[in-house]
Design a protein around this ligand. Sequence first.
Ligand SMILES: [Zn+2]
Length: 120
Amino acid sequence: MDVKELYQIGDFWQDRLRIRDWDVKYEWTHLHELGDKHGTIKWNKVFKSAVVSVSIPNELEGYNGVVPNTEVIVVHELLHILFNYTPLYTEDSLNYNAEEHALYTVANTLVSMRYKYGKI
Ligand SMILES: [Zn+2]
């Protein structure tokens, strides 16, 4: 998979999520470099810049038998940008896992809608 494909996915979703003003870079990363995650995002709120790292697809392992697709991972990471502005956001809290799950559910739903309805 070409990194261009990541940028195409990211550009599409930055438009839909209205975070076009963020300068987001995308990169493929080996799963072992991501710990137990499928993707990560590092951002700088002041400069509105971020780097989204996504696991190389053939290295992905299923979670509860479900292997997340690349687009869902990208959307999930971009949703972190939106949610980091909410008062609920804190990476240290016990809510972190709940938030992670919620963001994956929303990301999955958005990506499903894109392919079911063609346009969102
Ligand atoms: Zn996350």
